[in-house]
Each structure stands twice: as C-alpha cells, then as structure tokens.
Design a protein. Structure first.
Length: 563
C-alpha cells in the first residue's frame, strides 16, 4: 500500500467541522496548507473533529442509496445502478470496483490518518494548554480544568475512532495495512498487510486501554452539547461487533469456543457497565428511526447526524407519489420471513404479520402518504409503468410520511451506527455458541434466550417468545431475528458473509409479487422471480483492493485471493 495519497496534512484538515452539538453536520473549516495550522490550544479542539468526518452515512452507501440491494433484502429499481450490479452479478473485481467501495477504503484511511495526526499533535497537550496562562489564577478555575478534561477525552476518542475505522476495513478486506504512526506531509511509505486476527487484537487492546478515557455518556453528562462524539458505550459496542465477527465461521473455521466467549463477554459489558443505561425504545419500532427520535432514545449508542434533506424519500417513495423514485424495493425473500402472529388470511398475506413488517415495508393495499397503494393493472402504482417497484414492495423504514417533495419538504435522517437491540442480538448469538441458549454462567445476568426474547418483546412488536432448542435451532432463530430487527441497517450483507451463508443465499433469485385486482376489488398475489443473483465463492467473501492501490504499493500490498 502506498500511503502517500492520505498523508498530506492539508487534505486531512479539509474536512474539519465546527464544535457544536451537531458537530458532524455542517460548517467546514478549510485549511489549504500545513503552515496554516494554528499553534494555540484552540487547535486541540479544532483538530479533535477531523477524525470524525469519515464516519459512514449509510443512506448513500451504494448508488447514493442504502447498501441493502447488494444483499437479498432488496432490488434496486434503477437500471443504471452500476455499483449494485457489481455485487448482484458477481462481477466485483479490482478493475470493476464500484466507486463507493474504492472511496470507502480511502475514507477509512483518511480517518485513520487524521486520528494518528491528532494523537501525535496533542502528545504534549498538558504543556500546550498551560502555555500563556496562569493556571493558578482565579480566572482559570473553570476553564483550565475543563481544557484538561476535554483534551483527555479527545485523545481517547482519537484512539477509539481509529479502532472503529480498522473494524470497518477488516470487515471488508480481511488483512489490511495497520498504520499507527503519523507520517510527515508528502511522505510515501509502502506497507504490507497485517493479519486479520492481529488487527482484531489491536482494536481490542486500544478499546481496553482507552475506554475509561472517554466520557461515559454525553447525554447524561454536564456537556450534552457534545452528544455525538464517541463514548465508553460506543467503544464497548465496537468491541462487541468486532469480536462477534472474529468468532464467526468466516474467521473462526475451527469454531474456537474461546472466541465466542470473548464475544459474549464484550456484549455483556455494553449491557451491564454502570452509567451506560441503554434500553429499547418504547415509542414504537418504526418511530424510532424517524426524525430526531433516535437522538433522544436510550437505545441509541451512536448516530451520525446530517442536516435535514429529502434524499431518502425522493429516492425511495413510490414513483406514483410526486417526486418519488421507487429506489430500494424490498424483496419477497425478506417479506416472507416476517412471521405470522395469528391466523393466515388468504385474501391478505400481510395480515397478522410481525408488526415490524408494516413499519419497514410498504405493501400493496396499505395506506402510505395519504393514499392506498394499488399496484394492479390500471392502479396508481401499476407495476407495468416505468420505474415502479418490480418486487411489489416499497421501503418505509427511515422515511418520513407525507413529505412534500415537490415543494422542498425535508426531514432529519440520522444514520444509526450502533444501537442496543444489536447488542442484545450479539449477546444472544455469542452466548448460544459459547454456552447454549439457556445457560447463565457466573458473572452473567441473563441467558441468550432472554436477550433474544427481549428484542422480540419490545414495545409495539410483542412477538411470541422463541422456544426452540439450544444449539443450531436457536442459532437459526438468532439469524432470523437479526434479519427482521436490523433490516436495511447495513447488517444483512455482512452477516451473510461472516456466517459463510452468502454462497447459498446470494446465489438464489430475488423474488417479488405480481399484483392482480379481482372483479370484487380484492387483490391476489403471485410470487415471481425478479432477478438472478451471482455470488462467487470463496472469492467474494472479501473485497478486492483497487488495482491502482496494488500497483502504487510497489508490490507490498498483496491482492486478496481470486482477484
């Protein structure tokens, strides 16, 4: 890997944002040369924002939309979604690399470089913040201790944010270059890859070392305006996800139970550490994802904020709604997995389903944006019209209803990177693999089954408790629950990879329904194959490095196998 493209300090600082409540939102301070870096203590605050600017915003992950269409969750409506096609058709390669994939790799290393810069720049921070001030003066009684406290937090954050970026890289590439040094501007360094397990150990060691250097919970602190920065809870959530992935079949071929035990312990720590106080949202599953509800909920561990816009609605509203583009069309593969919780109704296949279906997917015959969706011939959403959903479904999750797109209506869309429901599901999976579904070992307070059923019993969902046997049946129940609870949140594709289920699931056709209206005005539905899918195993279990990146490394960055 040639690190030169991420080493210019000017490029590092170009993404700095202002330090206010929505500090990941808007105002960008731009610096054009390294010489413009201020040598005052204010820069310790300014540069503490730089390493946050590369946090991913999942609403524009692939073809300016969700990543879901790369998996079996959805079909992309647009025929020009070339990035999605590279995944769907199995043509992903070093020379057919979607721009978003290549940019993501570079963005993660940009974030790592910004963190490395801050760690190095602030290494003499105690001297720095004392410079030019009488630290014993009455006038400094508040500001000087506050500076010490905040810079201490920020230095810890830089370490943990860097760990997060590495967790995203190894999720995609496996072995990656591990860079922990701040190089000089313009310096080019060729680095070899570090083994996956070694990067995992680095991530965990950074979190274990620096988690107590972070604010426990900004929302319950005296500095609520800082909410959105990393906390101890975020650090522990990263560790939980990283160790769960490391314990999974893709990276744990021998099924080492010690890895599952570490993953269970990491999830437990998020659930039980004093001061974190996470709990499931009680205002309704669908409502949790709308506007700013996630920012005030104790379910949210970390959300990335952006200014209000209309892009998710504009892209994903039905084409029959003025301004809508149909976008990510949920698949019948997904819809059919929502369980019945009552008697089946032949005239209405969506009746008595898990309530999360109605909160996630717009189904035919349901009301959405002030009208009834009618996808039958001659209906307002006739599937024969251009750019309508080909699956018979539209996305509802995340989208504000009745947004007037043609008159500039906007809504807030906060991308949730970590939430408590995921932690409960991480815990359920790891505990089952390590100890069984019902064991509660010393030092633990609940079983895998209790954690899983806590998610299913959440307010507004109230699905029956899972009673299947421990082991493989319970494993399958956890997989199912992740599919439903975390739908469209950028988990499904990575879950299929880490479980090594992608070669079976992602080689199956994406299905939908064809809608017909009878003479009496009722609807009938016929399942149909919508699109073939190709997943090349074992090659596509890891991403390829770009051809340019490999060439520029002068032979030190070895391409992943099969590319």
């Amino acid at each position: 890997m040639k690190y030169k493209h991420t080493l210019l300090i000017a490029a590092a600082i170009a993404g700095l944002s202002s330090c206010k409540k929505d500090f990941l939102d808007t105002k960008i301070d731009k610096f054009t040369t390294p010489e413009s870096i201020a040598s005052d203590r204010g820069s310790l605050y300014t540069f503490a924002n730089a390493f946050y600017t590369q946090l991913p915003y999942g609403f524009n992950a692939l073809d300016n939309n969700l990543f879901a269409a790369a998996s079996d969750e959805a079909q992309q409506t647009s025929a020009f979604a070339n990035s999605t096609l590279a995944f769907n058709q199995g043509t992903l390669s070093a020379i057919n690399l979607p721009g978003e994939v290549d940019a993501y790799y570079k963005n993660m290393y940009d974030g790592i470089r910004a963190a490395n810069f801050y760690i190095d720049y602030s290494k003499n921070w105690r001297e720095f913040i004392a410079r030019g001030r009488d630290t014993l003066a009455a006038s400094e009684a508040i500001s000087y201790p506050r500076d010490k406290q905040f810079i201490g937090w920020y230095r810890g954050e830089a370490r943990v944010v860097r760990a997060y970026y590495y967790s995203e890289l190894i999720k995609r590439y496996g072995d990656v270059p591990l860079i922990t040094k701040n190089y000089n501007p313009g310096e080019a360094v060729n680095l070899t890859k570090t083994k996956y397990d070694d990067v995992v150990n680095f991530i965990v060691s950074q979190i274990d070392t620096y988690k107590d250097s972070l604010q426990v919970n900004w929302r319950t602190s005296s500095f609520t305006d800082q909410d959105g920065r990393f906390t101890k809870g975020v650090a522990l959530a990263i560790k939980s996800r990283v160790l769960l992935y490391a314990a999974s079949p893709l990276h744990n071929a021998s099924n080492d139970l010690a890895k599952w035990q570490r993953a269970a312990e990491a999830a437990r720590d998020v659930m039980t550490t004093p001061g974190l106080n996470y709990s499931l949202y009680t205002g309704g599953y669908g409502n949790y994802f709308l506007e700013n509800n996630s920012l005030t909920s104790n379910e949210t561990i970390l959300a990335v904020r952006r200014p209000a816009d209309q892009n998710p609605e504009k892209l994903n509203y039905p084409i029959g709604t003025p301004g809508g583009g149909s976008g990510i069309a949920p698949s019948q593969n997904l819809v059919s997995d929502y369980e019945l919780n009552g008697a089946a109704d032949p005239a209405d296949p969506y009746k008595n389903r898990d309530p999360r279906l109605a909160a996630t997917v717009v189904t035919n015959g349901s009301s959405w944006n002030g009208r009834v969706i009618d996808q039958s011939a001659g209906g307002s959403d006739d599937m024969n019209k251009a750019n309508t959903s080909k699956t018979g479904y539209y996305l509802k999750k995340f989208l504000s209803s009745n947004l007037n797109l043609t008159n500039g209506g906007t809504a807030r869309h906060n991308w949730i990177l970590f939430r408590y429901a995921e932690i409960l599901l991480n815990y359920a999976e790891a505990m089952n693999e390590a100890y069984g579904a019902d064991a509660v070992p010393a030092g633990y307070t609940k079983s895998a089954r209790q954690a899983l059923n806590e998610v299913r019993a959440r307010t507004g969902v109230n699905m029956p408790a899972v009673t299947v046997a421990t082991g493989i049946p319970f494993r399958n129940a956890v997989k199912h629950e992740r599919r439903i609870e975390l739908a469209f949140e950028d988990h499904r594709y990575w879950d299929l990879l880490r479980w090594k289920d992608a070669e079976s699931v992602l080689n199956q056709p994406v299905t939908g329904v064809k809608v017909t209206k009878t003479a009496t005005g009722t609807f009938t539905y016929q399942t149909a194959n919508i699109s073939t899918r190709v997943f090349r195993a074992p090659v596509m279990y890891l991403f390829p490095f770009s051809r340019t990146e490999v060439i520029n490394s002068n032979g030190t960055l070895i391409q992943n196998s099969g590319y």
